[in-house]
Design a protein. Structure first.
Length: 243
């Protein structure tokens, strides 16, 4: 997996995402709402809610916003019903794309996603048309740029907790697990006082596609349009960018 660092790809787009804090907070609120709706509002007993809140706090979402989302889901406030939908398709140059959304208006969101693909020479596909090209894995990132973490020690702890692989590159540990073992590994590392920069279950492409310079720019435009929608939660693709 070295050389295709998901974390470094995330960091490259971070500045652009920081300019969209309001929409980022909205996405976190929806995730918190859904987790609390399904498993209750207690962070100690609802692991999904705990993960959603941790992500929101990592993006500096105010506590009042977090509390309001939980109260909406648990009956403390009048709320709306959100629906999780996954769209699959091909971007410019045949790049495989998966878009996860959380919406209270299926028709509006479908129209926005379809428009983004069409405007950038892509097209939506049927369910299953793209996901077979990806593996679903737990993914945990720990920053070690200061060099204070012993590589052998953290590797042993992660593997013993159930991790499948750990990669150390450019001062960053990237830990991979099965979806089933993700929570156990994440919780074990937290209990051992490691600061997790990222922790999620995500899609990883089995192979990568290198587009032309023109198609690469169109793909970035497609991603930007999808991110501009407050309904978009995650975007996964198999493009290998040039820079």
């Amino acid at each position: 997996m070295a050389g295709h660092s998901k974390w470094h790809n995330i960091q490259r787009r971070k500045n652009a995402q920081d300019a969209k804090k309001g929409k980022i907070f909205m996405r976190h609120a929806k995730n918190i709402y859904t987790a609390a709706k399904e498993g209750g509002g207690d962070l100690d007993t609802n692991a999904s809610l705990r993960v959603a809140v941790d992500k929101a706090k990592a993006d500096n979402m105010p506590n009042d916003n977090i509390d309001r989302a939980i109260k909406k889901a648990t009956g403390g406030l009048d709320g709306v019903n959100y629906e999780e939908i996954t769209y699959e398709g091909y971007g410019p140059g045949g790049i495989a794309v998966i878009v996860n959304v959380l919406t209270d208006n299926r028709n509006r969101t479908a129209s926005e996603v379809r428009h983004a693909f069409k405007k950038n020479d892509g097209n939506l596909g049927e369910n299953g048309s793209v996901t077979f090209m990806f593996d679903r894995k737990g993914y945990i990132v720990i920053d070690n740029k200061e060099g204070s973490i012993d590589e052998e020690e953290i590797s042993m702890e992660a593997i013993e907790a159930g991790a499948d692989d750990i990669v150390y590159e450019d001062g960053v540990f990237e830990i991979y697990t099965s979806p089933e073992n993700f929570q156990n590994v994440r919780d074990d590392l937290r209990e051992n006082a490691y600061d997790l920069a990222e922790a999620d279950v995500s899609y990883f492409p089995q192979t990568y596609s290198t587009p032309s310079e023109e198609d690469e720019q169109k793909m970035f435009n497609l991603i930007d349009m999808l991110e501009d929608s407050e309904d978009t939660q995650d975007i996964h693709h198999n493009m290998k960018a040039s820079g």
